[in-house]
Write a protein that binds this ligand. Structure first.
Ligand code: ADP
Ligand code: MG
Length: 446
């Protein structure tokens, strides 16, 4: 592997694109066959809530609890110029609350469940993420001192009201509960902005792999792999494909626990009947060959390819397939694991873009010789099975957890608890900032 700086992950396609092109959008189905809820439209914001009968909240429409104090001034980061007008023009907490179902189980909330006199205020500590759909902040509950992550759902740019993608993320997360999936505690409104309140995770994988103070032991790496696979096994069991597995969406806390985050592209899939989905998902470097060949009929195997990429990245600390565009991405893959043959991947020639993107020359598989210096024999076997060309032959998350890498080959997995000694908190955002700083230094020669 080259020791030079590798380029940044190219940004993924916009999520709206992905959602818009998914043929059987789950949301539409679930809101009693209607288009996304009308209550989020700009007109709605001006006019106030629709009659009871028109509110999705009164249909069989599940939205997570919505809690809000009278005013969440502390939510506003010190440097953001806040327009009072802006805050007031958006959906008010009361309007929003009326449209949403009330909380489920108070015991699962991170805060005291008292209802009307709640005074929890979140004090922003720092910004930890800058995403497609808004900023992510680390915040402290000033009553309990518990840290949370607040993901602000950006509404300014939304012509059609509350973004469908955010709605999908909320609905999906609400149906999931597992130690390797990030917990969505609640939803909150502040100054007309909707926030998702998550359990706080000290780092993400991209951030952790970019720092040099702390390195994972072999046992730690195995634990991270097994936690990632356990999260995926759970998701797939629940009928959910994540569709954006990559370092910045894999969260890790100082107890060494790994949790999958960012369900903005995730969707339910039909376990028996394979449906048509968009292939414009998964950040390029982690995108499986079937999507690069134009498949629109696919399943949870797409996540397993990404998991294979992550497993190798854990060992090498660098993303392994770094293409600049779809064609180049395939080229990079060919050079490492060889070109697909009818023998390795029976259906490949039938895929929509096969003629367009098929390899020009046959390249042999160099996978083992390239990675044997990083990975043990059983780890190599597993990574190879995760990166099988043929999705039908790719190992499932459940099978992967049974691999000799976990079951037979020492060492046994150990949580990377040593992370608590690491100075600072490492998210992709810091990594990007550091890189920009270095670039500036180089440019100015200082
Ligand atoms: P998006 O990529 O759509 O902007 P993410 O949910 O991936 O949204 O959040 C962006 C970044 O914010 C993540 O890469 C991560 O660094 C940080 N982040 C997200 N959720 C949490 C959390 N629960 N705890 C700590 N940091 C988080
Ligand atoms: Mg993300």
């Amino acid at each position: 592997m080259s020791p030079v700086e590798w380029p940044e992950v190219p940004s993924k396609r916009t999520r709206d694109e992905a959602v818009a092109s998914d043929r059987d959008d789950q949301l539409r189905v679930e809101v009693n066959g209607r288009a996304p809820p009308p209550l989020w439209s700009p007109a709605q914001r001006r006019l106030g809530p629709p009659p009871e009968s028109q509110r999705p909240g009164t249909n069989n429409h599940q939205i997570p609890p919505l809690q809000f104090p009278a005013r969440h001034d502390s939510l506003v980061p010190p440097h953001s110029p806040r327009s009072a007008k802006n805050g007031d023009a958006a959906l008010t907490p009361v309007q929003l609350a009326r449209t949403l179902e009330q909380d489920v189980n108070p015991a699962t909330r991170p805060f005291s469940p008292s209802t009307t006199t709640r005074k929890e205020l979140y004090a922003i500590v720092s910004q930890v993420g800058e995403g497609t759909f808004g900023k992510v902040y680390k915040a402290r509950n000033t009553v309990t001192n518990v840290h949370v992550a607040l993901k602000r759902i950006r509404m300014e740019a939304e012509r059609d009201g509350f973004p469908v993608t955010a709605m999908r993320e909320i609905k999906l997360l609400q149906s999931l509960r597992h130690q390797n999936i990030v917990r969505l505690y609640e939803m909150m409104v502040s100054n007309g902005s909707v926030h998702m309140v998550f359990e706080y995770m000290d780092h993400d994988l991209t951030g952790v792999l970019s720092q040099t103070q702390f390195s994972f032991s072999e046992a730690n790496l195995k634990s991270l792999c097994s936690q990632m696979l356990a999260g995926l096994a759970y998701l797939h069991h629940k009928g959910v494909i994540h569709r954006d597995i990559k370092g910045s969406n894999i969260l890790i806390n100082n107890r060494g626990e790994l949790k999958l985050g960012d369900f903005g592209l995730a969707r339910f899939y039909h376990k028996r009947r394979r449906a048509d989905y968009t292939n414009r998902v998964i950040t390029l470097w982690y995108r499986p060959p079937e999507l690069l060949f134009g498949a629109t009929v696919y399943g949870p195997e797409v996540d397993m390819w990404s998991a294979g990429c992550i497993m190798l990245e854990l060992y090498t600390k660098k993303p392994i397939f770094q293409g600049n565009d779809e064609i180049h991405q395939l080229d990079v893959i060919y050079r490492i694991i060889g070109t697909p043959t009818a023998e390795r991947w029976a259906g490949v020639t039938e895929l929509p873009w096969y003629e367009l993107v098929k390899p020009k020359d046959a390249i042999p598989d160099h996978f083992r010789e390239l990675f044997q210096k990083w990975l043990s024999p059983a780890a190599l076997d597993l990574a190879e099975q995760l990166l099988a060309y043929d999705p039908a032959r790719r190992v499932t998350a459940l099978q992967a957890l049974e691999a000799p890498y976990f079951k037979d080959e020492p060492p046994s997995p150990e949580l990377p608890v040593g992370l608590s000694t690491l100075e600072g908190e490492w998210h992709e955002l810091e990594t990007k900032r550091e890189r920009a700083k270095k670039r500036r230094k180089l440019e100015t020669g200082m």
